[in-house]
Design a protein around this ligand. Sequence first.
Ligand SMILES: Nc1ncnc2c1ncn2[C@@H]1O[C@H](COP(=O)(O)OP(=O)(O)OP(=O)(O)O)[C@@H](O)[C@H]1O
Ligand SMILES: [Mg+2]
Length: 252
Amino acid sequence: MLWGKLLKNYLLYTSMKRIATGIKNLDNLLEGGFEEKGLFLVMGRTGTCKSTFGMQFLVEGAKNGERGLYVSFEENPDSVKRTALRFGWDLDRLGVVVKKIAPYDYYRAVESMIKEIMFERPERVVIDSITNLMIYRSRPEWKGRYGVIELYTPTLADIRMSLFGLLERLRALGATYLLIAEEGVEGLDVVSHVSSLIADGIIRLGVEKIAGNEIRTLQVVKMRRTKHPLERMVLLLKDNGLDVVKAEDYFQ
Ligand SMILES: Nc1ncnc2c1ncn2[C@@H]1O[C@H](COP(=O)(O)OP(=O)(O)OP(=O)(O)O)[C@@H](O)[C@H]1O
Ligand SMILES: [Mg+2]
């Protein structure tokens, strides 16, 4: 009985496979990376390299033969691919699928995204961004009537209810998710707050003035079942993508 329980716990422990994020030093600090099939949030204000993080995450998977899907609610696939090429990532050649979904009707956008995930069966999915998906929404009572153009800002209750539901549906599809959330958009920080509660891990990107210089930063805010540093680290944007170094090493 006891042995059975111990064996079960051991198997559970060893079955939590980690997958690399592709940001080498970050993976070293996260016991190897994200837990497979988890749901992770990358948040930050505009221009903090959230999309680059997402692309690098998919490229890392593709290099290991994992299928990747990048769902964009704002940028066209061509623009995403051109950005990736700047870092030497040829998304088409790597087999990373980039889809643009118009967010102008929340319900329709969610269904298109779920359909896409079920069709592509990706191991890794990036959603850029969950905030954008929430911004535009026809009134709930208009569900199914796509001709209506008028939009409104969702209430806190709307966001809570739809996010919990959406993230549960995503989890059930079985991929590893990287959700991008924008901070500092008036009235919509609640999107990152609500997602934070559900996410298995949170990474916050930023730009800060340190010793008179603007420095890109990365902080692991939460990572369930993982021993990780809490301090803000320096995020480096190199020719071949992102990397992190501890601040004490950077300012030496
Ligand atoms: N090839 C490059 N070389 C140097 N810097 C770059 C390069 N590509 C992007 N950047 C820098 O990275 C910044 C943002 O990158 P990214 O698009 O990943 O950020 P983001 O957080 O997704 O921004 P947004 O809020 O617009 O979605 C750019 O504004 C630019 O400063
Ligand atoms: Mg972006």
